[in-house]
Design a protein around this ligand. Structure first.
Ligand code: URA
Length: 244
């Protein structure tokens, strides 16, 4: 089976369609936390996040950033979350995937995209030949909004420097914004997601290309749109390769 067939079969699986192909044995998954092995064991004292300026946050290294987010009180959401959800994956990844905010399962486990939407995201990534561990995944918000309501503008603003710093540290070759909330907040626009899709944007203030696709939670509700998401992913891969 060639690469194209493999990608197609993964995507068909994500669609819930049985693709009658034999799978090659999988490579062993990296050990949990493998991407963080270069981190020294000693943790720095967390900063009092509420007192920090954006500039303070934009100077932090990974350890300081992670510790500061862990105990963050920059917006009201610390009162209702179980724990913060920092981000996960390869800190030197070419692909950075940015979603909206933790849901119930992410709030429980402390990791982005681990619920049903996360499983579909993993399948979508596989369809373009990427394991979850090969990308870096983060959200606009690090804390779950109660009942999964939309993030409020002041919550997005309070959390923004964390994501900006993550982007600066990862230096991805492409950002995939999943869903309307992520796309509109990253691009600072009110334009509808349907119009943002299919274009090569750049993350403001940088030359990092940014491509928009539908949120996997939306795709679970509207499976007919999965074909469009597949087109978005292929487009993003072209952008990364400098072909679009
Ligand atoms: N939806 C998101 O946008 N992010 C998550 O981490 C989980 C669900």
């Amino acid at each position: 089976m060639n690469n194209k067939d493999t990608a197609r079969s993964h995507y068909l699986e994500a669609l819930g369609v049985q693709a009658w192909v034999r799978h090659a044995p999988r490579a062993a998954a990296p050990a949990p936390g493998a991407a963080q092995q270069d981190m020294p064991a000693r943790q720095p004292k967390a900063e009092n996040a509420a007192a920090l300026t954006a500039q303070d946050i934009l100077r932090m290294d990974w350890r300081a950033l992670e510790q500061t987010v862990r105990v963050c009180t920059r917006c009201r959401l610390y009162q209702t979350r179980t724990q913060t959800v920092f981000g996960v994956g390869d800190r030197r990844a070419e692909w950075m995937v940015i979603g909206e905010a933790p849901g119930a399962e992410e709030d429980r486990q402390g990791e982005p995209f681990v619920g049903r939407a996360g499983q579909l995201l993993n399948a979508m990534l596989k369809a373009i030949g990427l394991e979850r561990e090969q990308v870096y995944i983060a959200n606009i918000l690090k804390s779950r909004p109660p009942n999964n309501r939309d993030p409020l503008p002041d919550e997005v603003a309070a959390c923004e420097p964390y994501l900006m710093r993550q982007i600066q540290l990862v230096q991805p070759k492409i950002i995939l914004a999943v869903g309307r909330i992520a796309a509109q907040n990253l691009l600072k626009t009110d334009t509808k997601i349907g119009q943002l899709r299919g274009n090569r944007h750049t993350y403001p203030g940088t030359d990092i290309p940014l491509v928009v696709t539908y949120h996997p939670a939306y795709l679970l509700r509207a499976p007919a749109e999965k074909r469009k998401a597949w087109e978005d992913l292929k487009f993003a891969r072209k952008v990364l390769r400098g072909e679009a």
